[in-house]
Structure formats: C-alpha cells, structure tokens
Design a protein around this ligand. Structure first.
Ligand SMILES: Cc1cc2nc3c(=O)[nH]c(=O)nc-3n(C[C@H](O)[C@H](O)[C@H](O)COP(=O)(O)OP(=O)(O)OC[C@H]3O[C@@H](n4cnc5c(N)ncnc54)[C@H](O)[C@@H]3O)c2cc1C
Length: 193
C-alpha cells in the first residue's frame, strides 16, 4: 500500500494551508474571545469548496477523498479549532447523513446550498439530560397533517444560531432506545430548512 500523498493531496494541503494562514490565523484569537460568527471566513471557505468536501460533484460538492478531507481539517484546526468545528459540522454531521441516508429529493434540495455556502447546517442530537447516551434522547416527532411536528429541547448545537438547515434526531415510535428513533423509515433524516 502506498502511504505517500498524491500530487492532488499536496495541492489541497498547500491551498488550505495558505487560506488558513492568511484568512483565519490572524483572527483566531479574537474570534475565540468573541461571540461573533465568522461569516466572511465561512463564505471564503465555501468558495474554496470546503463546505461540502466529500459530497459528490453532481450535488455541488468537491468530491474529495478521505485523505484529502483529513488534510483540510488538519490545516484548518492548526489555525482555529473554532472555525474548523463550524466547517466540519457542515461537512460530516450535516452533509454526510444526507449523502448516505437522504432521499434523492433531499439531496437535490439541500446539498448544493450547503456546499455553496448559501446555507449553513447544524446537527441536533444532544439534549440536556442525554449526551453520551444519545439513544435515550426524548425529543419526539409526530406527523401533523403533511408536516412533522417536533417537541423537545436540544443543547450544544454547533452552528445552531446561524444555521438554516437543521438535522434533528427525534423519536418517531414508542419503543425505548435506538429502535424508537425514526422507526417508520429507519434511515429517515428529519430536515428543517
Ligand atoms: C465543541 C462541542 C461541539 C458540540 N457540538 C454538538 C452538535 O453540533 N450537536 C450535538 O448534538 N451535540 C454537540 N455537542 C455535544 C456533545 O456531543 C456532548 O457534549 C457529548 O455527547 C457528551 O455529552 P454530555 O456533555 O452531556 O456529557 P455526559 O454524557 O454527561 O458525560 C459526562 C462524562 O461522563 C462520561 N461518561 C458518560 N457515560 C459514561 C459511561 N457509560 N461510562 C463511563 N463514563 C461515562 C463521559 O465520558 C464524560 O466524561 C458538542 C460538544 C462540544 C464540546
């Protein structure tokens, strides 16, 4: 097995290192001490293709492989763990479930705008009384006419204040544990956006 980086990996690494050094690092300390959301940095990251890295190109993503994805996050986190967290949530916690479990309609509706920076995503799993033991979550979702009606409380939601696409984990059936979550369609992703 060849463990060397390819020319494409090195190019990705160099491009993101330059971006992180010029655009993020000089502001990183100030951002850590302020509640300001770095919208301008996120838009520039989106222009570089960093908001939907592993998303297939046909949905507006960069189509980067796993090694390229890791290289990008190394460079971003070197400059600012906060900015890297914003970007990784949009990529891994929001785009990934849609790519793997979303319907074709959901992919076409949400992925292009999450990749382009037109939208920002968040992932709502943790609750006040349920962190590590996520399968005990209590939030529920019920069909209400043609819509899903959500009831519950989520905490620690990265990007929550800015996001307009939210993936919400909720109980759709009465069974305890994981079985009661999205019982009706096992891989249903509840999207609000
Ligand atoms: C930077 C950051 C970003 C986050 N972003 C998101 C987000 O976007 N969306 C979201 O839904 N959540 C998010 N979270 C929440 C995160 O997923 C939870 O903090 C995590 O699941 C732990 O839950 P908790 O804080 O309630 O701790 P607890 O689950 O209460 O755990 C407290 C301590 O007990 C230990 N512990 C727990 N269970 C056991 C066990 N069975 N045996 C031994 N030890 C145990 C844990 O290791 C930990 O040390 C974020 C958290 C952080 C820090």
């Amino acid at each position: 097995m060849d463990f060397q980086l390819t020319d494409e990996h090195r190019m990705i690494q160099a491009t993101v290192r330059e971006f992180a050094t010029k655009e993020i690092l000089p502001r990183a300390a100030a951002l850590d001490h302020s509640p300001t959301f770095p919208a301008e940095i996120i838009q520039k990251a989106a222009a570089l293709g960093l908001m939907g890295m592993i998303v297939p190109e046909r949905y507006g993503g960069a189509g980067v492989d796993a090694v390229g994805y890791v290289l990008v996050h190394e460079e971003l986190a070197r400059a600012s763990a906060g900015v890297q967290t914003i970007i990784t949530v949009n990529n891994s916690l929001v785009c990934d479930p849609i790519v793997y479990f979303g319907t074709e309609e959901q992919k076409r509706r949400y992925l292009p705008r999450l990749c382009s920076g037109a939208s920002l995503g968040c992932y709502c799993l943790t609750e006040p009384a349920h962190g590590s033991d996520a399968m005990s979550l209590q939030a529920s979702a019920r069909r209400d006419g043609g819509e899903w009606s959500l009831r519950g409380t989520k905490v620690f939601v990265t990007n929550g204040v800015e996001a307009d696409v939210c993936i919400v984990y909720a109980r759709t059936g009465p069974e305890p544990g994981a079985r009661g979550i999205s019982k009706e369609t096992r891989h249903q992703v509840f999207l609000h956006g």
